[in-house]
Design a protein around this ligand. Structure first.
Ligand code: AMP
Ligand code: GLY
Length: 440
């Protein structure tokens, strides 16, 4: 499973094929721990630095303090440390143009330009791209004032979906089941509850169906699918309670059959990539498409311009070391020659979060017992929000650990993940006991 596809020819100035490379990963969550874990298993990975990283990442890589949204600072750091390849984890540095700045300096980089990152940074932009390329998605309209937005809601009725146009840390979407809630969302957004992200509002038709995520690498022209996943956004068991960044995920997503994946590629992904190229802003990096699937037909819910968190953890657990070869092929615009070495396996991750999350929670509680969890190609605890205090592991975020396992079936992966959790001693934390239920 963990063998590379390794047939690259073009040696840029960023190292010959087969060379050992110095790699910098930007970010410090579970996604970046999983990326670092996969990348460092590849013999091409020499020195690995993660900025800012976290306590778990510091076990396997160097961590460095760095202003990751400042392109000049990142470029100076990369030059000073003879970095050959930069992998950008979160959306904020991408939207801030860090990839553009690195490429301008001749540094090989995984992640889209700021112009292409608008596919996540502006909901209205994504809808325009869908309209221009004929990709199926919910009917929509954009508004910059509350009166017109409310008139639209009254004309269309509920259920209806109200979205802040800009980046709102996953919180800018209100799926309103009644009209009053939709009208309130409009007032909140124009009232500034999402800051500048809510200066413009997109209102959408409510789509019914089953949601799934599809991850493809794009090198501007070519597209390579690298996996499907489903996550659990709600905090409570049975998918109840407030939305979170994700309480668990598994891969593959049963609803993403070969037929649905092929339709999604032909009808949504390829037309999007072609439209981005036609506009002179080719998409380069991972494109994370969220679909609503009904009767075998996918429609686009949203794009993200980065790996999902915690979806990345299950994708990396399945891809292993070949992930680095794939990210390199993407950054070098050689995807047409890359192949994924698929295994017939499943992975599942359970998020352990601090009690109170997604509301207010305490930081600094001690976590013990991780040394009793197996760590191998089938078991890994990725750290999302941890730090070291007097040499001891403490929680430093809302989502704290991603307990991840691989198996021959989803059931086996699920069993392994929950067995690992039994070893973890963290009374101030909680987790959902039903991750994967929909697929099982
Ligand atoms: P987004 O940030 O766009 O992914 O939206 C967050 C969540 O809101 C999605 O994962 C869906 O569950 C839901 N959602 C967004 N847009 C729609 C829509 N048009 N119809 C139904 N649900 C939606
Ligand atoms: N888990 C959802 C996201 O990364 O956006």
């Amino acid at each position: 499973m963990c063998c590379g596809v390794g047939h690259f020819r073009t040696p840029g100035r960023n190292g010959q094929a087969g060379d050992v490379m110095n790699i910098l990963i930007l970010g410090g969550g579970g996604r970046e721990h999983a990326l670092a874990w996969a990348v460092m298993q590849n013999p091409r990975c020499g020195r690995l630095i993660v900025a800012p990283g976290n306590a778990g990442i510091s076990d396997i890589a160097e961590c460095a303090a760095l202003d990751t949204e400042n392109g000049d600072a990142v470029t100076e750091f990369a030059v000073a440390n003879a970095i050959d390849f930069v992998i950008i984890g979160p959306e904020a540095p991408l939207a801030a143009g860090v990839a553009d700045r690195l490429r301008a300096a001749g540094i090989l980089c995984f992640g889209p330009s700021a112009a292409a990152a608008r596919l996540e940074a502006s909901k209205a932009f994504t809808k325009e791209i869908c309209d221009a390329s004929g990709a199926p998605t919910a009917a929509w309209a954009r508004f910059s004032d509350a009166t017109a937005a409310k008139a639209y809601i009254r004309a269309h009725g509920a259920p209806i979906v109200v979205k802040a146009d800009g980046l709102a840390a996953g919180k800018g979407v209100i799926v309103a089941m009644d009209e009053a809630q939709a009208l309130q969302a409009v007032d909140d957004m124009f009232g500034g509850s999402f800051g500048s992200a809510g200066a413009e509002v997109v209102i959408e038709e409510f789509m019914e169906g089953e949601e799934a995520s599809f991850f493809v690498l794009c090198d501007g022209e070519n597209v390579l699918p690298i996996g499907t996943a489903q996550d659990h956004k709600r905090v409570g068991e049975g998918d109840t309670g407030p939305n979170t960044g994700g309480m668990g995920a598994y891969s593959p997503a049963p609803v993403m059959t070969d037929e649905v994946s092929e339709r999604a590629l032909q009808e949504i992904i390829l037309p999007t990539v072609a439209e981005m190229a036609r506009r002179g802003t080719p998409y380069q990096g991972v494109l994370y498409a969220g679909f609503m699937i009904r009767n075998g037909k996918p429609r686009l819910v949203e794009y993200n311009v980065r790996f999902g968190d915690p979806e990345c953890q299950v994708l990396m657990m399945r891809l292993g070391a070949q992930a680095l070869d794939l990210l390199l092929a993407c950054a070098r615009q050689e995807l047409e020659k890359a192949r994924v070495n698929w295994a017939d396996d499943h992975a599942l991750t359970v998020v352990m979060a601090a009690k109170g999350y997604p509301g207010p929670y305490e930081k600094g509680s001690r976590i013990a017992g991780l040394e009793n969890c197996p760590e191998d190609s089938r078991h890994m605890v990725f750290h999302a929000g941890t730090s070291l205090k007097d040499g001891r592991l403490v929680a430093s975020g809302g989502r704290v650990l991603n307990v991840t396992a691989r198996g021959n079936s989803l059931r086996e992966a699920q069993q392994r993940a929950y067995e690992m959790i039994d070893h973890i001693d963290w009374p101030e934390g909680f987790y959902r006991r039903d991750i994967g239920w929909r697929a099982l």
